[in-house]
Ligand binder design. Structure first.
Ligand SMILES: Cc1cc2nc3c(=O)[nH]c(=O)nc-3n(C[C@H](O)[C@H](O)[C@H](O)COP(=O)(O)O)c2cc1C
Length: 440
């Protein structure tokens, strides 16, 4: 038992799930990509599990591999969330929005509108975008980091200033006096940066949480400065408990450097549970979901282990000689785990089914196995919570909610209900309206 509890976000990146072939899984409608009712169903299931937020990544270009695999984003995160907001009551939303390919006024308006419409449940994952195909869709190229991050700082400050430009008591709406808005309290921001500018004001009143919660994703010095100054949540990616703890500590230190209380920033590591009734069952499900892709992944697995592996021998474990020669590549943080799994005697196909080259750690097995992983990282002080990517949304969100969540609750690690109604309350981060004066 600890005195803090774990905060969970549900990744709704695609209409299907995190596995490329999730669109072909039993019970899944292959047309989910355009079916908002499916997204609503998944959002409601996550809300039943008291998830603090849905996380919607975004790409401003077609993702690779969609000849056979699911696209990595919804049709449009903000439009999807407008519908989902109307169909849910408590769960928060974190949508990704580019600081490079949006003007601050567009971001400020859309996110605050969603925040008001959802009664204080919106969050903005501010990303700088490094994908050349996204740039090409705007007739541009990707600028160097100093320029993109310079624009990001300006955009974040202008967006927050616009959010605060309609003062909290400006909306009189008194039919007797005939005064709708006290325009002395809705003031221009008149901000001119090097990259972006806005006069304002933004004619949208505060929500129940004041304004949307800011998240950031990605690390490095540039990313940490963004997180430290503005973010209340960090969408992280870490393969080991030590790496997660280092990332969390770095985000907290960046907040401290920016004059904030480190407890105001929450760090979330990704996790991709392979959830079944047992380890064997979970592996079988993963194998069925990946049969197309295993042969092409064998060479990479070999490189991680310092071996030349034969894609034609997927169903054999590594030989004694191979295991003796295998070494975890220092260039891939997943390699030590892959080596450990290989030493357990699994076949090459089963090693891959353990998710050893997936984007996030993959606890494999029953609900208890998954809960153990979450508990270990949480109790090690490595995370404030996780963003969870289910293999197949249609089935695995329910399984997680019905089987993993009760275990976490019984272990005293996870709340039994929502404490409040806003995303800020779910995250335990303070109310904010306008620019944070400590970081302006
Ligand atoms: C876990 C995680 C999730 C991310 N999600 C997105 C996303 O959905 N869309 C996006 O454009 N960038 C996303 N990013 C950010 C980019 O991957 C990358 O950090 C960003 O483009 C910054 O690269 P840069 O430092 O070259 O600007 C994510 C980063 C991480 C670590």
């Amino acid at each position: 038992m600890t005195d803090r509890t774990m905060i969970l976000g549900m990744h709704l990146g695609t209409g299907y799930g995190s596995q490329g072939m999730s669109w072909r899984a039993p019970g899944v409608d292959p047309a989910n990509y355009t079916d908002i009712d499916a997204q609503v169903r998944y959002a409601r299931a996550a809300e039943r599990g008291k998830f603090a937020f849905l996380f919607l990544p975004d790409n401003l270009a077609m993702t690779r591999g969609i000849d056979r695999e699911v696209p990595q984003a919804t049709l449009d995160p903000m439009l999807s969330l407008a519908v989902i907001a109307h169909a849910t009551e408590r769960i928060g939303f974190v949508a990704t929005g580019s600081t490079t390919f949006n003007e601050p006024y567009n971001i400020a308006r859309q996110f605050k509108a969603l925040d008001v419409m959802s009664h204080g449940r919106a969050g903005w994952n501010a990303v700088t975008t490094s994908d050349p195909s996204a740039a090409a869709n705007f007739g541009r190229t990707i600028a160097e980091r100093p320029e993109r991050y310079g624009r990001a700082h300006e955009t974040l400050q202008i967006v927050q200033a616009l959010w605060g430009s309609w003062q909290e008591d400006a909306w009189v709406k008194d039919p007797d006096t005939g005064v709708f808005v006290d325009t002395d309290k809705v003031r221009p921001v008149n901000l001119q940066g090097t990259h972006v500018a806005s006069r304002g004001p933004l004619p949208i009143p505060p929500s129940e949480q004041g304004q949307p919660v800011i998240f950031s994703a990605g690390g490095g010095e540039y990313g940490l400065t963004i997180a430290g100054r503005y973010a209340s949540g960090v969408i992280g990616a870490a393969f080991t408990v030590d790496d997660a703890r280092a990332q969390r500590d770095a985000a907290r230190e960046a907040a401290r450097q920016a004059g904030r209380n480190p407890d105001e920033i929450k760090y979330f590591a990704g996790v991709m549970p392979a959830l079944g009734t047992s380890v064997r069952d979970a592996l079988n499900r993963r194998i069925a979901l990946n049969e197309d892709s295993f042969p092409s992944r064998v060479p990479y697995l070999g490189a991680m282990l310092g071996l030349s592996l034969d894609a034609g021998r997927l169903d054999e474990p590594l030989t004694r000689a191979q295991l003796a020669a295998a070494q975890a590549s220092p260039f891939d943080p997943r390699a030590a785990h892959a080596l450990k799994v290989a030493h357990q005697g699994w076949t090459v196909r089963e090693i891959l089914a353990h998710g050893v080259i997936d984007y996030h750690p993959t606890p494999v097995g029953s609900a208890a196995d998954v809960a153990d992983h979450l508990q270990e990282w949480f109790e090690a002080g490595a995370v404030d919570g996780f963003w969870v990517s289910p293999d197949v949304n249609e089935t695995d969100i329910d399984t997680f909610v019905d089987e993993v969540i009760p275990l976490l609750q019984d272990r005293g690690l996870y709340p039994r209900d929502y404490d409040g109604t806003t995303l800020r309350e779910h995250l335990g981060v303070p109310y904010q309206y306008g620019i944070d004066p400590r970081t302006a």
